[in-house]
Design a protein around this ligand. Structure first.
Ligand code: FAD
Ligand code: SF4
Ligand code: SF4
Ligand code: SF4
Length: 384
């Protein structure tokens, strides 16, 4: 029996699933068990599309199909939270199992605060997250820095501070993330600044950090974060769908150290990114947003600022409509709206057709607001 706060190594006894999974396959085994036992009606996960640069959100209702979603896609930058609202009725009429990174989880919590989804109907399986690399820059990086055709890569992973690729012909190549990022490659800029590494507000937080000894690479490190999560693990173990052992105390210490090192790295990037704009933030925002074509993608894809679209398009506010580039008030009004709630998920920036560094601006303002106001966004231990 496990209880909230426990940390265990977990793995699937199903050798076929273990092969497809990222490490121990615990996440997929638990989601399968939740579907089989009708704890959830459907699972929302990410599966590989045509290749590993193509991360596709997918809904699974048949437990036999869940194996197709096993494995981690580090080029998967999709935010699942908004999808639950847009396409799944905010989970108001069905119970959903969802795999979540820190930003997915924060988006879900913010949307729940805005009554846009039903948190009680969600079973949240968190995955630790060191960051994601967008698909096109990932291909460019693999070509330029690894000297490999991106189409020849069969697996990629981020481990021990390196971005590692494995090729069709069995080669392993790793380059330090620091080196890649110093040269403008690597993780998205919002991921570099992200401090939400272990998603402890999910029901379970799963990862590979801290799995040592003979279990290294063969088990998932699971931190039990809620009684709902504990029940799920117990039911899967009882049904023979999951095996567990206590986490090695040395492994727990290592996991803590890695998490702390990631916080330091995130703080370093915050300092770097924010100090570059702090002297003349208004000038930078004005110049960068002058490219805006008012496509509303930044608003449509933001988990916290959808309602503002109605205001910005109504013609009844101080933001004049019908102009390109839009009045600076278009952006000011949006930034004001999200200044205390931007979760730094990066969707606005990534999906802006004019490549305006929007997340940088809203994250900088939000972090500044957090330094003054209480409670902080989401309150402890929610940290980003
Ligand atoms: P599996 O059984 O293989 O299941 C993996 C689950 O992850 C599936 O449900 C799949 O749909 C989902 N998934 C795959 N790609 C994504 C994505 N892009 N976004 C959301 N869900 C996705 N662990 C660490 O300890 N340290 C890290 O630095 C770290 N970085 C990660 C970065 C990313 C982008 C991802 C997705 C995961 C990361 N993890 C990290 C978690 C780790 O890779 C494994 O997902 C975790 O250990 C569970 O392993 P498993 O074998 O039980 O998972
Ligand atoms: Fe992971 Fe954070 Fe980037 Fe989200 S914002 S993908 S949680 S590093
Ligand atoms: Fe303007 Fe970019 Fe937002 Fe589109 S996504 S409205 S171009 S800032
Ligand atoms: Fe995410 Fe951008 Fe919205 Fe912030 S403003 S929550 S980074 S989409």
């Amino acid at each position: 029996m496990v209880t909230k706060g426990d940390m265990v190594y977990a793995w699937t006894p199903d050798s076929g699933l273990l092969e497809k999974a990222e490490c121990g396959g615990a996440v997929t085994a638990l989601l399968k068990s939740a579907l089989e036992n009708k704890v959830v009606d459907a699972v929302l996960a990410i599966r590989k599309g045509v290749d590993l640069y193509d991360a596709v959100p997918t809904i699974i209702t048949d437990p036999k199909e869940i194996g197709g979603s096993a494995g981690s896609l580090h080029c998967g930058t999709t935010l699942v939270s908004k999808l639950i609202v847009k396409y799944l009725g905010g989970a108001s009429n069905q119970k959903l199992g969802v795999t979540v990174k820190g930003c997915d989880l924060m988006g879900i919590l913010e949307l729940a605060k805005r009554n846009q989804l039903k948190l009680d109907n969600l079973l949240l399986i968190g995955v630790n997250c060191g960051g994601t690399v967008p698909p096109v820059p990932a291909r460019k990086m693999i070509t330029a820095k690894f000297g490999v055709d991106p189409a020849d890569v069969v697996k990629e992973e981020i481990d021990k501070g390196q971005f590692i690729i494995m090729t069709k012909d069995g080669q392993h190549k790793g380059i330090s993330i620091d080196e890649l990022e110093e040269e403008g490659y690597g993780r998205r800029s919002n991921c570099r600044r992200c401090l939400y590494k272990v998603p402890r507000q999910a029901d379970l937080a799963c990862g590979n950090w801290g799995v040592i000894g003979d279990k290294a690479g063969k088990a998932t490190f699971v931190e039990v974060c809620s009684e709902k999560g504990a029940k799920l693990v117990d039911a899967a173990v009882k049904a023979g769908a999951l095996a567990t052992s206590s986490a090695d105390p040395k492994g727990i210490a290592i996991r803590g150290k890695v998490e702390n090192a990631m916080f330091k790295l995130g703080e370093k990037w915050r300092k770097h990114d924010f100090s570059a704009i702090s002297e003349n933030l208004w000038d930078v925002i004005r110049d960068e947003t002058s490219r805006c074509i008012k496509c509303y993608s930044c608003i449509d894809n933001c988990p916290v600022c959808s309602p503002i679209k109605i205001e910005l398009t109504s013609g009844t506010t101080m933001v004049p409509v019908g102009y390109l580039p839009p009045s600076p008030m278009f952006h000011m009004r949006r930034f004001a709206h999200i200044s205390d709630s931007c979760i730094n998920c990066g969707q606005c920036e990534e999906l802006c057709p004019m490549e305006i560094p929007l997340a940088l601006f809203s994250h900088a303002v939000r972090v500044e607001a957090d330094a003054t106001y209480h409670p902080k966004l989401g309150s402890a231990p929610y940290k980003n």
